[in-house]
Design a binder for this molecule. Structure first.
Ligand code: FAD
Length: 442
């Protein structure tokens, strides 16, 4: 079910688009996967290898690109993840420049701004591959850069705005963040208080944003703010906000349970002036634009975790097949291998649901219900898989020596961030026509 455009693209064309030498596409040894990581991984993920038959969503081109990305992850990201996690921040500019140089930050973006102009299925394929990074924090920050801060700008921004903000974001020259949540408004996006008031040729911004991923390192923010006093779904606008302006105060880097190498900031705005031309699209359309961005964000969020969940299951199989108790490998207990088989089945079901949503989306369908279902199920599995796997590692699972404890912390966010499980349930109920009228969400 690949799109007509993607099936016409050969790896050579992709290679040319990416400006990569041929060797980046051949001789990829998936078996060397994660070899250089200090958390001693021993299982490879099967998901980046091209399947023998035709895939329902991905072509050979998708798999070639994934293999190329896996090399960068193996060589230039994974070997340093432990250090960055310990330091509490990964070098976003350095990592994004590496990814930008190879074209991975603009997969579905127009070529005139440095993108590859491929369809959204390629973004999802790459997001699945980013899930091989051995923490949740870096894939999350990459997702913000490629698919949370930039979709509305790409679709509705002026050429001038895209040249100034989108092109350097795709190139990896700048770090982007998305400013929606506030300390008093997370799930209830419509109730945000930050204001951008027109004054002559400028907007003057006052308010604050909370939980901003990459907020410390970011060069610009896609900001959701109230631009008039009208009803909450019609009074908002999205703006490109450079982050080094007078009046922008980074209050603190938030100390979190997990996602340790992602910097998360609380940010205050005090009479921050930006030119009116930094408005994305039409004034008053910000809430709608943001809801559109959420659709892609939720599918990306699911894709970013699939490979990580598989890796956890595989590494648990490996550990429990070597570790013995009562004279036999722990894996030989039926409760253990049945549970791991059950979890692998659940992950595969989640992938099938995501691919169905993506397949429909690239054909122009509205997929809010399916994307919300996938996000909900992903939140559930991101708690269930690390928790069950950690149990089978025994005391080792409770140490900082193993991936499973990191992912137990990192993946817990999935049920909260980008719309909590309960918000997904409300949206699904709305589409099923069973949400009581006055509580309607989204
Ligand atoms: C590490 C991290 C990174 C983040 N990155 C960003 C970012 O880059 N940009 C950004 O804008 N935001 C970001 N967020 C914010 C995130 O999207 C919000 O935390 C999330 O939307 C939930 O909002 P809240 O925390 O205010 O929870 P609240 O809205 O206070 O909700 C708390 C809980 O109440 C329950 N609840 C809420 N509403 C309902 C309902 N209608 N029915 C039933 N139960 C309900 C849910 O269980 C929910 O988890 C990030 C958050 C974290 C923790």
């Amino acid at each position: 079910m690949a799109s007509p455009r993607s099936s016409l693209l050969s790896a050579k064309v992709l290679m040319k688009l990416l400006k990569l030498p041929l060797r980046r596409f051949v001789g990829v040894s998936i078996g060397r996967f994660l070899q250089r990581c200090s958390l001693k991984p021993s299982h490879c993920s099967y998901s980046s290898g091209a399947p023998s038959g035709s895939h329902l969503l991905y072509t050979a081109d998708h798999f070639a690109l994934r293999a190329s990305l896996r090399k960068i992850i193996d060589n230039e990201i994974n070997p340093f993840v432990d250090k960055w996690e310990e330091e509490g921040q990964f070098p976003a500019h350095q990592v994004f420049k590496t990814l930008g140089n190879s074209g991975f930050l603009g997969i579905d973006k127009p070529t005139e701004y440095g993108g590859l102009n491929l369809d959204f299925s390629y973004v999802i394929a790459m997001a699945e591959e980013f899930g091989a990074i051995r923490c949740g924090a870096i894939p999350m920050a990459i997702g913000v850069q490629t698919s949370m801060a930039t979709p509305a700008l790409t679709r509705f921004g002026t050429d001038e705005l895209k040249k100034e903000f989108l092109a350097p974001t795709i190139a990896g020259d700048v770090v982007a963040c998305i400013g929606v949540s506030e300390s008093g408004a997370g799930s209830d996006v419509a109730s945000i208080k930050t204001k951008a008031v027109r004054k002559g040729d400028d907007y003057v911004i006052n308010g604050s944003k909370m939980w901003i991923t990459s907020g410390i390192q970011a060069d610009w923010m896609c900001l959701l703010a109230n631009t008039n006093d009208g009803p909450p779904h019609k009074n908002k606008s999205l703006l490109c906000l450079p982050m080094k302006l007078p009046g922008i105060h980074i209050a603190k880097k938030i100390d979190k349970l997990g996602m340790r190498s992602s910097d998360t900031a609380e940010i205050f705005f005090e009479n921050v002036k930006i030119p009116r031309k930094y408005l994305i699209g039409e004034e008053g359309m910000g809430f709608n634009y943001q809801m559109l961005q959420f659709q892609e964000e939720r599918m990306i969020g699911v894709a970013l975790t699939l490979t990580g969940l598989e890796i956890l299951i595989k590494e648990t199989i490996d550990y429990t097949s070597q570790r013995k108790a009562f004279g036999q490998p722990i894996l030989h207990n039926q409760v253990v291998h049945f549970r791991l088989a059950e979890l692998a089945t659940e992950v595969e079901l989640l992938r099938a649901l995501l691919h169905e949503a993506v397949g429909l989306y690239i054909r122009g369908n509205e997929v809010t219900k399916l994307a919300s279902m996938a996000k909900l199920k992903c939140g559930r599995l991101c708690r269930e898989v690390p928790d069950s796997c950690l149990q089978f590692w025994g005391g080792m699972g409770y140490t900082n020596e193993v991936l499973v404890s990191r992912m137990f912390r990192d993946y817990r966010l999935t049920s909260i961030g980008g719309g909590a499980d309960e918000i997904m349930l409300s949206i699904i109920c709305k589409y099923m026509g069973i949400l009581p009228q006055k509580n309607q969400t989204g």
